[in-house]
Design a protein around this ligand. Structure first.
Ligand code: AMP
Ligand code: TRP
Length: 337
């Protein structure tokens, strides 16, 4: 489709198949994606090449199995293949190819400044170079689809700004080639914190019990995690003085029900935390029960899921390949024939 005949603005986003998806992924990313589907032309990929940046993690989990799990969770969350292109990143070769071009125009200092690189390289004993160049691959994901908006949680804003800067730098060096993307961050649920430690972002790579609410956790596990979530030493909610743990529970609640945090907090003001937690268990279960049921159905029918991903990859290639060709031509690669 040419730029001029395009009717809807585009969205692209992705999740790494590197661990178990949690309520932070759901509220920060998937729920937003679901609600954008009618307004945008949508591309949602399972970014398995990104998951390889920490190879130790994927070896343990079984990358292929996780890729299917994440794809099924997209659909179970309400991503509709009739309205959105759902595909696996490594099945569209243009991503890895454009990533090389963008790696070459990404100044080392820009990559070294990324918070996620600094955090992850601090904890790993040996770090592959892919962890550093990861944002150039992410930029390729976005720029290949000429995405207008990239809906993500707050932690990814820095990477999207970098994609924008790299696109602008490429355009300056080689002539206008890429459209500059914008981050789209939800008003609530953009940064869900750990239930066991509200100072730390809820993360797929932390497996401690009680840390996250996993989208596929059984109801009793979800209930236990919420009922044991860290609040503070007080026993009643005082919103004006709420601790990070209490704020986190209120914002999860608000993001799930679509209310404002103030509106949720007003209902529990002056009441014991137990009431808030009990109702939050019900609200979370209300969202996860249908999601789990749909997920189970999808995993029982691998043919359907494979058809969706085959069609998605084909559609993605048809959009990405002309953009890659344009970038290669602009950079003077090959013989131009
Ligand atoms: P990742 O788990 O890093 O693959 O992230 C996948 C998507 O979920 C990205 O859009 C992230 O910004 C979002 N996300 C990850 N962790 C959280 C969190 N704790 N709160 C809100 N959004 C998150
Ligand atoms: N880096 C993102 C994360 O860890 C995942 C990702 C890869 C992504 N490519 C993307 C998100 C493109 C949005 C757009 O969450």
């Amino acid at each position: 489709m040419s730029e001029s005949s395009r009717r809807k603005p585009r969205v692209l986003s992705g999740v790494q198949p590197s661990g178990s998806l949690h309520i932070g992924n759901y509220l920060g990313a998937l729920l937003q994606w679901r609600d954008l589907q009618d307004t945008y032309e949508n591309f949602f990929c399972v970014v398995d090449l990104h998951a390889l940046t920490v190879p130790e993690n994927v070896k343990a989990a079984g990358l292929r199995e996780k890729t299917l799990e994440v794809a099924a969770l997209y659909l179970a969350s309400g991503i509709d293949p009739a309205r959105s292109t759902v595909f696996v990143q490594s099945e569209v070769a243009a991503h890895a190819e454009l990533a090389w071009l963008l790696t070459c125009v990404s100044p080392l200092g820009w990559l070294q400044r990324m918070t996620q690189f600094k955090t992850k390289s601090d904890v790993a004993s040996t770090v592959g170079a892919g962890l550093l160049t990861y944002p150039a691959l992410m930029a390729a994901d976005i720029l290949l689809y000429e995405a207008d908006q990239v809906p993500v949680g707050a932690d990814q804003k820095q990477h999207i700004e970098l994609a924008r800067d790299v696109a602008a730098r490429f355009n300056d060096m080689f002539g206008p080639t890429f459209k500059l993307p914008n981050p789209m961050i939800p008003p609530t649920g953009a940064r869900v914190m750990g239930l066991d430690n509200p100072e730390q972002k809820m993360s797929k790579s932390i497996s401690a019990p009680g840390h996250a609410i996993g989208l596929l956790d059984p109801p009793n596990v979800v209930k236990k995690a919420i009922m044991r979530a860290v609040t503070d030493t007080g026993s009643e909610l005082v919103w004006a003085e709420a601790s990070p743990g209490v704020k986190n529970l209120i914002s999860i609640f608000a993001a799930i029900t679509g209310e404002s945090a103030d509106a949720v907090a007003a209902r529990y003001e002056g009441r014991g935390y137990g009431y808030l937690k009990k109702d939050l268990v019900d609200a979370v279960e209300g969202a996860l029960l249908p999601l789990r049921a749909r997920y189970t159905e999808l995993r029982a029918d691998p043919t359907y899921l494979n058809e969706v991903l085959d069609a998605g990859a084909e559609r993605a290639r048809s959009v990405a390949e002309p953009v890659l060709a344009r970038a290669k031509a602009a950079a003077g690669l090959g013989r131009g024939r």
